[in-house]
Design a protein around this ligand. Structure first.
Ligand code: RIB
Length: 307
């Protein structure tokens, strides 16, 4: 089972000609309200890619919460460990410009009430063989406690360090996989006193120091995995991006679904890359997330080579 422990919210998405500068107001005609939150997006991507997924999270007792859960429910994600809190469901305001570039502000709301104890409060307990997938939109102490608990129960820990928060070394040492984009890799390198001017060397050093597989996503330039026995580079899917919001989440969800199916690391990279690419073809974080048939149809387009 893939257990996604993390954030959920509603995205208010506005298309703008260009992103506002600080202090500037820009006008746009309409907006749409769409399900989002990195945890929910990744849970959906893993489920659409064929994984059995349990989602552990918090929402408010409000319409935003009901809307935010709708796609997960439809995709068959188990929602028994989603708790309704007093605080409102999280909400993100997202502006996307004509080039697909975005700017996001997240009001965390109920995500701040998410507790690691939810991981063992439901009818299903963590077990060896589970993959516990987290992001960094809930409080850091709960993330660390979640990693600790999963480690004790013999589950595999995967952390997508987005948005970046400094990760204690004891937590890094209990991860099986760490997934970062270039910005997060830079911040991680700085935080660990490594040279952020050479991200590949920094990621490889993180791998060595903490015995963790590091996945570095590079957007249109593909992705690289740093594992003990091999470093692999994958191309990105050749696409014309319409909206990159949630592309990283689609990558992570499909990558972890492939891990759960015990695929080779090269195929996990292919699945992540296809899902991340296809997610850019539709607006919003969840609408473009592909299912396993769509991923399989394009996986051979991703060239993977040893570095
Ligand atoms: O990664 C994209 C997500 O980040 C959006 O859905 C938004 O909710 C923010 O959390």
């Amino acid at each position: 089972m893939i257990v996604v422990f993390g954030s959920i919210g509603l995205d208010i998405v506005q298309s703008v000609e260009r992103l506002p500068r600080p202090g500037e107001t820009v006008l746009t005609a309409d907006y749409v309200m769409l399900p989002g939150g990195k945890g929910a997006n990744q849970a959906l991507a893993a489920a659409r890619a064929g994984g059995g997924v349990q989602f552990v999270a918090s929402v408010g007792d409000d319409d935003f919460g009901r809307l935010a859960l709708a796609n997960l429910d439809q995709a068959g994600v188990a929602l028994g460990q989603v708790v309704r809190r007093q605080r409102p469901t999280a909400c993100a305001t997202i502006s996307v410009d004509r080039d697909g570039e975005n700017q996001i502000v997240v009001s965390s709301g109920a995500n701040l009430e998410t507790k690691a104890e939810q991981l063992h409060a439901g009818s299903r307990q963590l077990a060896p063989g589970d993959l516990v997938l987290q992001q960094m939109e809930i409080p850091l102490p709960e993330i660390c406690a979640g990693v600790e608990l999963a480690h004790r129960r013999g589950a595999r820990n995967i952390l997508n360090a987005a948005p970046f928060q400094p990760i204690p070394p004891a937590t890094l040492a209990k991860l099986d996989s760490l997934i970062v984009n270039e910005v997060e890799a830079e911040m991680l390198a700085d935080n660990l006193g490594l040279d952020s001017g050479d991200l590949k060397a920094a990621c490889d050093e993180v791998r060595r120091r903490f015995d963790v597989t590091v996945v570095l996503t590079l957007g249109a330039d593909g992705a690289i995995t740093f594992a003990p026995d091999q470093t692999l580079r994958a191309d990105a899917l050749p696409i014309q991006a319409l909206d990159t919001v949630g592309a990283g989440d689609a990558f992570v969800g499909a990558f972890v679904a492939a891990m759960g199916a015990e695929m080779a690391l090269s195929d996990c990279l292919r699945w992540g890359s296809v899902a991340g690419g296809l997610a850019c073809l539709k607006p919003g974080a969840q609408d473009g997330v592909p299912d396993r048939v769509e991923i399989q149809a394009r996986q051979d387009e991703i060239a993977v080579s040893a570095l």
